[in-house]
Design a protein around this ligand. Structure first.
Ligand code: ZN
Ligand code: ZN
Length: 215
């Protein structure tokens, strides 16, 4: 049976020295169990204390702003700096060194559970996310063009480079595609099948576990 939200109160569960979680539960014991579960810990290894100032946010999640307001510090979603209610000490210090004037605090930016040192960090993160999305689309389009029969198993894409692991029908092993070089990696026993599957007759380079093979 689910308990009504009105019964839930805020607990701060200490998971380790630097890591605290807010959970909403009816009792301390339940709070410890729930907090521990989030990190795969044993409830006996955690501590919980009441935090009435967060009760109004039941059943959670608690907005980042509300945590800053009760003097928590949070990590910037972009640069992992420590952000407090007044802002980020490290960013303020950097700005001070560059401009050589009074230490300048930029107000922190929050959105839901996310927090950033400043508008600059939020914008930088948004920009990087767009770059990664575009890079990912470019990589996958290139893979579809090169190996139309392949199925994408997994992808790791940053803004400038990408690796795609592929399952190619007939190949025993996973085929790796590197972007933007267009290099393919495959097991030696899969070479013939891979060549047949390739739309482009020859790639500039392609390599195998046994060493480079030039097609
Ligand atoms: Zn910062
Ligand atoms: Zn930041």
């Amino acid at each position: 049976m689910r308990c009504p939200v009105a019964d839930l109160v805020a607990w701060v569960v200490k998971l380790d020295d630097d890591h605290h979680e807010v959970v909403f539960e009816r009792s301390e014991a339940r709070a410890r169990v729930r907090g521990a579960r989030k990190e795969g810990l044993d409830a006996r290894d955690t501590e919980a204390r009441r935090e009435p100032r967060l009760d109004a946010h039941a059943p959670g999640p608690v907005p980042a702003q509300a945590l800053l307001a009760i003097n928590w510090w949070l990590e910037c979603s972009h640069c992992a700096h420590r952000v407090e209610e007044e802002g980020c000490w490290r960013c303020a210090d950097n700005a001070d060194e560059e401009a050589s004037h009074e230490m300048e605090w930029a107000p922190p930016v929050t959105r839901g559970q996310d927090v950033w040192c400043s508008e600059a960090c939020r914008e930088a993160e948004a920009r990087e996310r767009t770059e990664r999305r575009l890079a990912r689309e470019a990589v996958l389009a290139e893979v579809r063009q090169t190996l139309p029969s392949a199925e994408v198993a997994s992808t790791v894409v940053t803004s400038g480079t990408g690796t795609v692991w592929l399952r190619v029908p007939g190949c025993k092993g996973t085929v790796k595609y590197e972007w933007p070089t267009g290099t393919l990696w495959a097991e030696v026993r899969d070479h013939a099948i891979l060549l047949a599957a390739l739309r482009r007759p020859a790639l500039e380079t392609w390599k195998s576990e046994g060493g480079a093979v030039h097609g």
